[in-house]
Write a protein that binds this ligand. Structure first.
Ligand code: NAD
Ligand code: UDP
Length: 312
């Protein structure tokens, strides 16, 4: 049994990670400031004696005895990370520094949840880890994109300078149950709009592409990276099926039997035109391949949002 800290553990991905790590027989300290996460996401774990929940902001230092740290604390959707852009970049600089200092003093291994956004609006397609990216340093997405890039730099420098045992995972668009209904991300927006038979809002002409990974696949990849020796990453984890946003809207309308119409709204600035992970490194080093087809994952997510809307 390991003592594992999951920051951002009451969020969408973090709550699934806590669940899986508990199932594997570990003791979990879930730490969250509840900005975008909620107690509700983890309340089904409260009866488990090996689960602890701490309200804390990683911008402040903390001392804990842990063996492993998964650092997920950071708002992930554009509307939430742009709501307080300065806080977002502080979370990725001060917050990550605090978690690295904790890893250093506790002699813990730390895994940083990085993102495909480090590639920006990529000119290389699909994206390999060796690509340095095309990121606007002064745009509205920069607090997140540049924040996550600095977080990777800090991880590498703590590794080189203090020998901290690090892992870096570059997560591509992930979806599934417990995404927040008001999250503003494409999968949750489209599903909620379709279930309410409201207009489906496509930003731009819908020709931009994304690759969508079901949360269970991602969590498997994260745990595999944390527990692989002699490989620190960065490594892409996601699903390499590529869809236009217009395709995604049509699939969700079909799966929900919705009467929603598609409408087009302006494309936010710096919105990447294309994105798809090259997963060969994840396959080679972690034996990772996605297993959940997008339609199956969407059906599970649709069922989740049906229940959320019924409870509302
Ligand atoms: P989420 O918003 O559901 O979860 C983030 C969690 O972090 C929330 O519970 C939030 O309350 C908490 N948090 C935010 N700032 C904090 C702070 N300063 N201190 C403590 N807690 C804080 O988002 P998610 O989709 O679960 O994303 C989790 C992580 O994965 C994030 O770091 C995100 O950048 C990364 N990621 C996610 C995706 C995706 O598609 N979902 C893609 C790439 C990277
Ligand atoms: N998007 C959209 N309608 C929505 C929400 C998002 O067309 O209601 C688009 C968005 O402009 C982007 C893509 O869907 O091109 C994915 O957006 P999301 O915020 O989910 O992820 P990210 O842009 O961070 O990859």
């Amino acid at each position: 049994m390991k003592n594992i800290l999951v920051t951002g553990g009451a969020g969408f991905i973090g709550s699934h990670l806590c669940e899986k790590l508990l199932e594997q027989g570990n003791h979990i300290i879930c730490l969250d400031n509840f900005f975008t996460g909620s107690r509700k996401n983890v309340e089904h774990l409260f009866d488990n004696r090996e689960f602890e929940l701490i309200r804390h902001d990683i911008i402040e230092p903390i001392i804990l005895e842990v063996d492993q740290i998964y650092n997920l604390a950071c708002p992930a959707s554009p509307i939430h990370y742009q709501y307080n852009a300065i806080k977002t970049i502080k979370t990725n600089v001060l917050g990550v520094t605090n978690m690295l200092d904790l890893a250093d003093s506790a002699k813990a291994r730390i895994l940083q949840a990085s993102t495909s956004e480090v590639y920006g609006d990529p000119i290389v397609h699909p994206q390999k880890e060796s690509y340095w990216g095309n990121v606007n340093p002064i745009g509205i997405r920069s607090c997140y994109d540049e924040g996550k890039r600095v977080a990777e730099t800090l991880m590498m420098d703590y590794n080189r300078q203090h020998n901290v045992d690090i892992r870096i995972i570059r997560i591509f668009n992930t979806y599934g149950p417990r995404m927040a209904q008001n999250d503003g991300r494409v999968v949750s927006n489209f599903i909620v709009q379709a279930l309410k038979n409201e207009d489906i809002t496509i930003y731009g002409d819908g020709s931009q592409t994304r690759s969508f990974c079901y949360v269970d696949d991602l969590v498997r990849g994260m745990i595999a990276l944390m527990n692989t020796e002699n490989f620190i990453g960065p490594v892409n984890v996601g699903n390499d099926g590529e869809y236009t946003i217009l395709d995604l809207a049509k699939i969700i309308i079909e799966l929900t039997n919705s009467s929603s119409k598609i409408i087009f709204k302006p494309l936010p600035s710096d919105d990447p035109c294309q994105r798809k992970p090259d997963l060969s490194l994840a396959k080679e080093k972690l034996g990772y391949a996605p297993t959940v087809h997008v339609k199956d994952g969407l059906l599970k997510t649709i069922e989740y949002f049906q229940n959320v809307l019924l409870d509302a």
